[in-house]
Design a protein around this ligand. Sequence first.
Ligand code: HEC
Ligand code: HEC
Ligand code: HEC
Ligand code: HEC
Ligand code: HEC
Length: 403
Amino acid sequence: MGFLAAFTGWACLFAGWMPDAFAQDTKTQALIEKAFPHSNKCKRCHERVFEEWETSPLSKSIHSAAFRASLDAFLKSPGGKDQAVCFRCHAPQVREFPEHVQLFVEQARSGDPSLDGVACSQCHLIKQVDRAKHPPEPKYEIGTKILYGPYKDAVQNLAHQSMESDLFHKSDLCLNCHQSVPSAANLGKANDLLGNWDRSQAVKSGKECQQCHMPEQVGESANGEKKRKVANHTFPGRIGTLRQEAAKLDVQTKVEGDKTTVTVKVQSLVPHNLPATHPAWATVVLNLEVKGKNLKTVFADSRIYGRTYADAKGQKTVFDFEAVKVVDDTVLKPEETRVETFSFPTPKDTKTFDVEAVLNYGSITGPASFLERVEAESSKGSQDPAFQPIEIVRRTENVLVNK
Ligand code: HEC
Ligand code: HEC
Ligand code: HEC
Ligand code: HEC
Ligand code: HEC
């Protein structure tokens, strides 16, 4: 009898325990999604916007192998005691639910999170952004049925109320996540991702982030509504056609007997730093290749635009949360033109040779152990997108060797 009671007791405990943890997580997620409705809820009526957003990097902000690997490195670091740091921008609903940060960590670690990252509610529930704070801080309005957006005259619907907010036409909305990274606060003033963007020609002429990164188009803002001006939600950046407007290359070659000099002018057309230096390994790379007889490469060199950071021990680090100092800064400043010269022996036994200049977003760098971790975390292994450079612009010139 006693045995049976003990046995059933255990059985109950067991049966109850496993699903309980699961049920608790489900409950927590439901609580979070009551305040920040899941993007699936918007898809029903805002299909075009949803489909555009789904292809954007924003919809994968807690999904990448690089994010998981660097999140883990961060959680093991001294600053990692505050587990919410990364999620304040990568899944900002955590700001309202700091006590449930464990769920965010677990889901990101799983590689297949069902929690949203930077999704619809994460932007459209922002009521204000406080520019006096560094980085600027968003104020979310939750618990009402109001969604903020660009329209004064939004058609009524049964799911939510609409409220016009000027913030949606302003860079401020974006700056709370894109201006600087609080986890790199040790860097002080050097913790600045965009540079003097507010003094650029583009900004002086009245452009906000949205004009370039959410270009205006005409379409339905909600299924079946009449067509009007809408904003593209694919957020073109490294991916998308905006890349063609990032930079120009001008290549001049001077052959002087045995010596040849190539001058490459790299003109950034971007009104902010290129690249933005979070994650800290982000680079833009200029590769120069000279192909002589039979198109064999006879010379190759490169220049790297990015930041090199050192940690408290003076060692180089690719993690901004470890960085205390910038040791080298070659980032292309807003609308800067950089001139690079390369000298090499004039290719032999050929009447002409090719000079090829290519500007790329560089692939991920860092200690071998970290790169192995990224590879192991990715379902694509060494084919993970983080390892692939992305071409921005290319120039090829055929040069005559005048005897
Ligand atoms: C809540 C934080 C947050 C806000 C607000 C935000 N972003 Fe982002 N944004 C991110 C994160 C995180 C990523 C990186 C996603 C990834 O690749 O994992 C990103 C990526 C991007 C990219 C792609 C960058 C690339 O390398 O290709 C663009 C473009 C972009 N955001 C533009 C904007 C614009 C424009 C706004 C304002 C309308 C904005 N963002 C507002 C967090 C935010
Ligand atoms: C202030 C907001 C902010 C914070 C805090 C932040 N990030 Fe980001 N993160 C961004 C933005 C914005 C981008 C997109 C940058 C771009 O493309 O220029 C990004 C991009 C990334 C990327 C590259 C895209 C990807 O998803 O693979 C990684 C990795 C990353 N962050 C990791 C982290 C980690 C780890 C932390 C915490 C230590 C963190 N971030 C904290 C805003 C932030
Ligand atoms: C990074 C912030 C951000 C995210 C994420 C985001 N939006 Fe927007 N959304 C904006 C901004 C900013 C505008 C106004 C742009 C403008 O008018 O220049 C806008 C405009 C809109 C509009 C007005 C009409 C239109 O189509 O442009 C709707 C509707 C909308 N968003 C719905 C959504 C939905 C649904 C999602 C998720 C699938 C989403 N948004 C994700 C920032 C965001
Ligand atoms: C039942 C359908 C329906 C659902 C569900 C729905 N919306 Fe809407 N939404 C609309 C309609 C209709 C409009 C008005 C469109 C217009 O005026 O062109 C609208 C307008 C908007 C606007 C513009 C508001 C303004 O004043 O600028 C935003 C932003 C928006 N919705 C975001 C969302 C988000 C985010 C979700 C998911 C949490 C969502 N909507 C879910 C139907 C819906
Ligand atoms: C005049 C147009 C223009 C404006 C305004 C603008 N950008 Fe960009 N941005 C670009 C171009 C061009 C690129 C480089 C090509 C690309 O990646 O699409 C770029 C690249 C980016 C990238 C990805 C590149 C990287 O190094 O990670 C992010 C993130 C970004 N911009 C954010 C912003 C934010 C935030 C604002 C507002 C403060 C802004 N941009 C304002 C044109 C603009």
